[in-house]
Ligand binder design. Structure first.
Ligand code: NAP
Ligand code: HSE
Length: 427
């Protein structure tokens, strides 16, 4: 049986999809009885030279692609938000199944696009939107669907993880970012990676599937790796930790806590060894126990693997006259306030190296209920010293009050980096 694809986007992921369908087309046909060809390709820039799949026609107007009666399945790998949303909604309303890698659209417009899919009897698959090539969405919707998931901990941004891994090897932040971009890991606007928004979108999508609850991406507490310096990665290693760009979701007393930030993990933790553009998700279900998913989270080939898997699933469903599992959210859930989150903190300050600064800082922290676990002091040049405090577990709200008090009360002390340690719940 032959299926024709409308491919929106011929960049890192789009090329990967074409390569996989070309190189593995025979294997796919033998295993599934299905053959795929790309009949239309949507791109933006008419000036670029293109190597098009045989027989494919180029278009710069998405309407031509989604309205083309020859196109059976629309593959949206163009990225961005508004046009991609119009493509997805337009294709579904025309009864065409859609496969997308777009976390921005899925995280922000999940209810709208699922409603269009349901109303028009079309499939909407988005495996590649979370974790690149790692199967996560379908395993959660199918194999693990009978579990109550209590927590998930993961690394879901390949660019940030790649940069931190390279910084641990002595490479400058900006050079590591350039490498990630050259390898096709970064978003078109890399601020989405560096400020944590890409990981927050992925966590919102994954948490909705894992916890069966509607999640708004704005409800995810989000910090990126942008403020980190090589010093922090060095201190972490000295203390026996790795700095990792974590996503965390925990169901605690009926409230869902959703967090994205770079955090310190003991080097013995399985995620501490997830390096480069690799991603991983460790989740806890009441019957399955702890389960670890691991693989390449970014890059053309791994992402194409997930997209092609979805294309095949959509084609099988077309043939069998049914649709796949749609939206699995069954409830609204209260989201926990970050101010109530309890964990240990790493605070790196630069201070004027004069008598009493360390003592005053420790007194202010103590007076605000922040108990210090350990301190490192390193003399710097120009009469300055670097102070690293690691606290005992403390409420985020109390820590913030203590930091504000330090700013007011201790002159000559500047907070350079604030990191959290992955807490008991995560370990
Ligand atoms: P990319 O390399 O920048 O390629 C984007 C492609 O889409 C280009 O061919 C571009 O056309 C086309 N395009 C973009 N906006 C368009 C518009 N408004 N109208 C028509 N064509 C447009 O992006 P990518 O890395 O392949 O990522 C694509 C999507 O996959 C994004 O949603 C991304 O978040 C997601 N994703 C990426 C990865 C990864 O590792 N790269 C992994 C998972 C998911 P031109 O060629 O003319 O510029
Ligand atoms: N920019 C994303 C990342 C691509 O670095 O993880 C994969 O979604």
């Amino acid at each position: 049986m032959k299926f024709k694809l409308g491919l929106c986007g011929l960049g890192t992921v789009g090329r990967g999809v074409v390569d996989m369908l070309t190189r593995n087309g025979r294997t796919i046909a033998e295993r599934t009885g299905l053959e795929f060809s790309v009949t239309r390709v949507l791109v933006r820039d008419p000036a670029k030279e293109r190597d098009l799949p045989p027989g494919a026609r180029l278009t710069f107007d998405y309407r031509e692609l989604i309205e083309d009666p020859e196109v059976d399945i629309v593959v949206e790998v163009m990225g961005g938000r508004d046009t991609a949303l119009e493509v997805i909604l337009g294709a579904l309303r025309g009864g065409k199944s859609v496969v997308t890698a777009n976390k921005e659209v899925m995280a922000s417009f999940g209810p709208e696009v699922f409603a269009a899919a349901r109303e028009h009897g079309a499939d909407l698959f988005f495996e590649a939107s979370v974790g690149g090539g790692i199967p996560l969405i379908r395993p959660l919707k199918q194999c693990l669907v009978g579990n109550e998931v209590s927590s998930l901990l993961g690394i879901l941004n390949g660019t940030s993880n790649y940069i931190l891994t390279r910084m641990a090897a002595g490479v400058e932040f900006s050079a590591a970012l350039r490498e990630a971009q050259q390898r096709g890991y970064a978003e078109a606007d890399p601020r989405a990676d560096l400020e944590g928004h890409d990981a927050a979108r992925k966590l919102a999508i994954l948490a909705a599937v894992a916890f069966g609850a509607r999640v708004k991406v704005q409800e995810v507490y989000t910090e990126g790796i942008g403020g980190l310096e090589a010093r922090d990665v060095e201190y972490a290693a000295r203390l026996g930790w790795a700095v990792k760009p974590l996503v965390m979701g925990d169901m605690l007393e009926g409230r869902l806590s959703l967090r994205v930030y770079p955090a310190l993990l003991p080097l013995s933790h399985p995620l501490a060894k997830v390096d480069g553009a690799f991603n991983a998700v460790l989740l806890e279900g009441d019957f399955v126990g702890r389960t670890l998913f691991y693989g390449q989270g970014a890059g053309g080939a791994p992402t194409a693997s997930a997209v092609v898997g979805d294309i095949i699933e959509a084609a099988r469903n077309r043939l069998n006259g049914h649709n796949g599992v749609g939206c699995t959210c069954r409830c609204e859930v209260q989201v926990a306030d970050m101010a109530e989150h309890v964990c240990q903190h790493y605070l790196r300050f630069v201070a004027r190296d004069v008598p009493g600064v360390l003592g005053r800082a420790a007194s202010v922290l103590g007076a605000c209920g922040v108990n210090i676990h350990s301190v490192l002091q390193t003399p710097l040049e120009r009469g300055e010293a670097e102070l690293v405090f690691v606290t005992h577990p403390v409420r985020e709200g109390s820590l913030r009050e203590a930091l504000a008090e330090l700013r007011r009360e201790v002159s000559g002390l500047t907070l350079r980096t604030h990191l959290r340690l992955a807490g008991v719940a995560e370990l």
